[in-house]
Design a protein around this ligand. Structure first.
Ligand code: 4AD
Ligand code: MG
Length: 486
């Protein structure tokens, strides 16, 4: 067989994922990638990011220039041609018998930050420009891609239209005032009128900010196209230094006309299960790797703090079981009578109806009490946004949050207030000027209909699916308070 093979002048590169699939045994291949390790001057482990698996390239060092072999160091990029054969060694099914070897880019082994050993996630965060070269981060980013793909596929197959909401807006969709200003003023010397900054002279002729949510624009679109969703970056200037908050995160916001809060819950639950099942089906190798990573990480923890289910088990569990549906009022009763509340273990004790739920309460409900995802709905109107539909009790709004184990809130949504007069009253209560939102109010004037939607925090879903512990480790270049490197 060997004699009948020849190298084309420009042999095409084969991705490692395809090379190790088994079908190419006996073929001459060229692979390219980055060296992970080089053992015994003989075994080069190469990865090109197409799979978590490395290909082992075996060199007969006697036949290669010693100077060339010295340049095969961790981090260097190489091109390797040779015959793909079944491997006799442990740990891999195939290996490449190297016939041609080229170093594409050298990597000084004394300086390359990623040594072939275990690095802490904190260290890798500081080296985010290189961290995708590790197994953990390449697995996370491949899964992040698969989650995004599954989201688009789900909505497309269900007849939703993808709407691109603007990134620069003049409104505060959540009314929380956590916005980053957008301006091209000279900040040292902005134009002023009567002692105040004159925004009429700014680029857009008004005060503008980065969007905190595409919801309001999604509502406009839903009231014409019926079923739409956004999937874009959103920005929040909240000074939350937690493992769940980013200043720049991606949000998916479906919005559906003629749908009430119960339809909204069904949509959210079906959608989340679909996406998780997609990843279970298509990202097996990466999930298995991340499951082991998590087990390893939890080994050092006391028994009580370890996850009850392994990663894949927990994904199966969530995708196969009904979520619990519970009103805010029922949740408050459970929390008020809970052990941590009675023993004053909660940082914020639950005492009265109306209290905002903190993540400790949400996690108690999900992780200790129900041990299942929970959809909490009908919240007190005071603790939710102005656009949520008032219930007949005049005390609660048709809001829903979905709480996930290990994460807390992953989805926030509601039925929207479609009645013009009620909406106007609500806006007045929240100090939202009508003239700034004339276009939003117009939809309630002309052919208003019942409609609902929700926002899913993309990074929180990726966090859940990958079993990582911090949202900063599931987005390539996290933006958080005091941190915008890379
Ligand atoms: O609950 P939120 O603030 O809801 C909205 O923005 C609505 N406009 C959504 C809608 O009804 N269309 O945010 C929705 C989700 C949260 O449940 C959470 O998963 C995520 O967005 N999220 C964040 N993720 C990362 N970092 C942050 N700072 C986040 N803030 C919210
Ligand atoms: Mg929320």
């Amino acid at each position: 067989m060997l004699n009948s093979c020849y190298f084309e002048p420009h042999m095409r590169r084969t991705e490692i994922a395809k090379a190790i699939g088994g079908e190419k045994i006996g073929d001459k291949l060229k692979i390219m990638g980055w060296v992970r390790t080089f053992r015994s001057n003989r075994f080069i482990s190469v990865n090109d990011g197409s799979t978590i698996k490395n290909i082992q390239a075996v060199v007969d060092f006697e036949n290669f220039d010693a100077e060339l072999l010295k340049r095969i160091t961790t981090g260097a990029s190489v091109s390797v041609e040779g015959l793909l054969v079944e491997s006799l060694g442990k740990g891999q099914a195939v290996e490449l018998q190297v016939e041609k070897l080229e170093v594409l880019g050298d990597s000084d082994p004394d300086k390359f930050p990623l040594q072939p050993k275990r690095h802490s996630l904190e260290f890798l965060r500081e080296n985010a420009h290189l961290r995708a070269r590790t197994n953990t981060f390449s697995a996370v980013f491949r899964i992040r891609h698969a989650v995004a793909y599954a989201i688009h596929k789900y909505f497309n197959d269900e007849g939703f239209y993808y709407i691109h909401a603007p990134i620069i807006t003049g409104s505060d969709a959540e009314g929380a005032g956590e916005m980053f200003a957008v301006t091209n003023f000279d900040l040292e010397n902005p134009p002023k009128k009567d002692g105040e900054i004159d925004y009429s002279q700014d680029f857009f002729g008004k005060k503008t900010n980065l969007t905190v949510s595409g919801q309001l624009e999604a509502e406009l679109a839903a009231l014409a196209l019926s079923k739409v969703y956004t999937f874009g970056p959103t920005f929040r200037a909240e000074n939350s230094n937690t493992s769940r908050h980013l200043a720049e995160f991606w949000m998916i916001e479906p919005e559906v006309a003629f749908a009430d809060i119960l339809d909204n819950m069904d949509l959210a639950e079906g959608f989340l299960k679909y996406v998780i099942k997609h990843v279970l089906k298509h990202c097996k190798d990466d999930l298995e790797f991340l499951e082991q990573r998590k087990q390893q990480e939890e080994k050092g923890l006391p028994e009580a703090q370890r996850s009850e289910l392994d990663l894949i088990e927990s994904l199966n569990f969530v995708s196969e079981n009904d979520f619990v549906r519970l009103t805010y009022t029922e949740a408050i009763d459970i929390l008020r009578n809970s052990k941590p509340n009675k023993k004053k273990k909660f940082q914020y004790l639950i005492d009265e109806w109306g209290a905002d739920l903190q993540s400790e309460h949400e996690r108690f409900l999900v992780e200790k009490h129900f041990k299942k995802p929970v959809i909490l709905y009908n919240y007190p109107k005071e603790i939710k946004a102005f656009y949520m539909r008032m219930n007949d009790d005049n005390k609660t709004v048709a809001a829903m949050d979905i709480l996930f184990p290990g994460i807390g809130e992953i989805v926030g949504g509601s039925q929207r207030e479609e009645r013009l007069e009620v909406l106007k009253t609500k806006m007045a209560e929240f100090d939202i000027p009508e003239d700034e939102m004339w276009w939003y109010l117009d939809t309630r004037k002309y052919g208003t209909v019942v409609h609902s939607g929700f926002g899913l925090g993309f990074e929180r879903l990726v966090l859940f699916i990958t079993g990582m512990g911090n949202v900063r480790d599931v987005i390539p270049f996290p933006r958080t308070p005091k941190n915008a490197e890379f």
